[in-house]
Design a protein around this ligand. Sequence first.
Ligand code: SF4
Length: 398
Amino acid sequence: MKLHFDDLVPRDSLRADPALWGDWTWQTRSALRTRGDFERHFELAPHEREGFTGLGDVFQVRCTPYYAALASRVEPLDPIRRILMPSGLELLAGAQAMPDPLGERANSPVPRIIHRYPDRALFLVTDTCSVYCRYCTRKHFTGNDHALARGSDYDRALSYLKGRAGLREVILSGGDPLTLGDGPLARVLSDLRSIEHIEIIRVGTRMPVVCPMRVTPELVALLKKHNPVYVMTHFNHPRELTGEAARALTALADAGLPLFNQMVLLNGVNNHPAIVQALSRRLLYLRVKPYYMHQCDPSEGTDHLRTSIEDSLGIQRELWGNLSGLAMPNLSVDIPEGGGKAGLAPDFEVARAGRARTYVGWDGVRADYVSPGEETIRKPIDVESYLGEWRALTGAKP
Ligand code: SF4
């Protein structure tokens, strides 16, 4: 499929008042939500019409005018359009259609908290997004218009986080935390910063992708005030890295906020080494570390968007050696039902004999690596004494 830029949805048709285009609240208020909204700007294919009529309340539809303008008006196979447009294919049973593929409900000790690992937890501060991605893994929670947690849920979530001294990181998620206004977000951040054992705050957001105008100077100052705040973006395709997105990322990076990107490998969107390479290189140039390349979770209605593990490994293998380690995202699959992440890497080992393992590298070099023998095993490290000294010197917590 060849992209003709003339085929993109023209911005002029989407904007009521040109002065409003750069206002993030106008973008979210003016989101396309109904079949009628989409029909005004897209030539819908039969399976897309079916998506609007059949989905009911399975997973709602929403798209900012900005993001709609990145999609083809006429081509249903367009990658951005596959992310934002509902399809009748979502109604098919699928090979493994799970309402909650990550087993999050079973790992939610109080509403709005998902706690699976000892040192980190997710805080679902809102269920709202400004674009509902058709591959979303959290359809069991996202898009029910419950926005910021109600007072009692919020207080329970916060006191849960306060009561777990082993927690070092809280990941603000949802929904998209940056759909909250600066006021509610400031409250969440300062409440978290008042908890002594929480060292790192992560903000998982797709707003720099679907509504980069959300990254205002006020937002940047707010995030910076609560450093260390790590911003986890979610770009899937190089076309999403527009001039506006680049400006938003630059503002965040200039403020000293570490930026990491998590992409999802999606059939017909980015499942080609050249696409991942273009995305990763551009992200790195914009000071965003390509972090994860996720296998798409088997969430309900996503079979047409998922790749096979074999295809994903093939893509990763082709990237090996062609992309620098800095630009290389880690391919991983979330083990369904809450099993956590499993790293996937191409296997370069071709033989094994005794202590020798034979590898063939990405460009065909074949050589052995021989491990040292038992006789060379060193004296065990006195970890406690090393760490004790280090803590005394740096004041770091155990
Ligand atoms: S932004 Fe994230 S939470 Fe929201 S619909 Fe997309 S994938 Fe799901």
